[in-house]
Design a protein around this ligand. Sequence first.
Ligand SMILES: NC(=O)c1ccc[n+]([C@@H]2O[C@H](COP(=O)([O-])OP(=O)(O)OC[C@H]3O[C@@H](n4cnc5c(N)ncnc54)[C@H](O)[C@@H]3O)[C@@H](O)[C@H]2O)c1
Length: 337
Amino acid sequence: MGPLGHVLVTGAAGFIGSQLCAALVARGWSVRGLDAFNDFYDPLAKRRNVEHLLESPAFDLLPADLATAALDEVLDDVDAVAHLAGEPGVSTSWGPAFPRYVDRNVLATQRLLEAVCSRGLRRFVFASSSSVYGAGNDVLRARGEPRPTSPYGVTKLAGEALVGSYAYSFGLPAVSLRYFSVYGPRQRPDMAAHRFIEALLDGRPPTVFGDGTQVRDYTYVGDVVDATMRALTADLPPAAVLDIASASPVDVRTLLATLRELMSADDVPVTSCEARRGDVPRTAGDISMAQEWLGWSPTVDLRTGLARQIEWHRGLREQWSAPHHLTDRPLAAATGD
Ligand SMILES: NC(=O)c1ccc[n+]([C@@H]2O[C@H](COP(=O)([O-])OP(=O)(O)OC[C@H]3O[C@@H](n4cnc5c(N)ncnc54)[C@H](O)[C@@H]3O)[C@@H](O)[C@H]2O)c1
């Protein structure tokens, strides 16, 4: 066991989870990473996210689904849990997809909470979302009041409420972190910066949903990972709920303009299409509680963070065009399946 203890990270192969695992290992934790490698996006991308970690003796990977995993074995020896596994995406959560959101964000969370609640964990960290605010994040309305505007937001709020219930009734030392629009290397392919950068690299027009005036509190992944690590050990009030945001919100037009400038792609035109159902005009986090309780503040500004993400996209293209491409090897080799 690492000097700091043994932490279970769920969603360990995802965008944020994989970077959290790497940072925890680097800090001296032993990490057990669990991930179902589902196909919300290409499982090969998830495999690539964790491949380098498999070489570390402080990391072990469990390719398993929280819906069915033998959780007593998964939790053996574990002191703390960072629960990042979930089904993300606002616009994809309508209609027939909803049961999947309930399964992965609500039922999986409840199953995990049942398994951990009597184990004397040091901390349970739940990855919640700015989407729980919905219309409540509009400065003109009741600021700070959760009023989700999408089924996704509803399931994340339900997850938070479950975490609070187990904290209250079992004394589980839990905290929910409401992440705001995370970006940076390994960002999910459905997210704005990822789509824009890929389009600009191809010389294709990036597609903006709506008129581009919607404001988002884009938060760099390294800062989110730092906040999550601090939440594993910080002294916190019971069932705390903290916004994790950059506190420097900008509109989508500004995001795109910054990317075009950084990529010298001013000549590529932009297309726009209808706003997506569930998207709100503005998200803006209040980081005062995270500053107070975690001693945390964001450190990476949008320009710097986007430059790092662009580098990652470029590197990926080079890697994928190299002769010994990852897809040449079977998935089982990386996951231990
Ligand atoms: N990326 C953001 O901007 C953002 C913002 C707010 C909240 N969040 C939350 O943070 C968490 C991580 O987000 P991400 O962007 O890294 O997403 P991601 O899709 O890259 O990672 C989630 C991982 O969880 C795994 N997973 C899903 N259901 C599972 C299950 N039942 N059992 C085991 N593994 C399962 C998936 O295979 C995936 O690898 C999610 O809970 C998401 O809702 C993300």
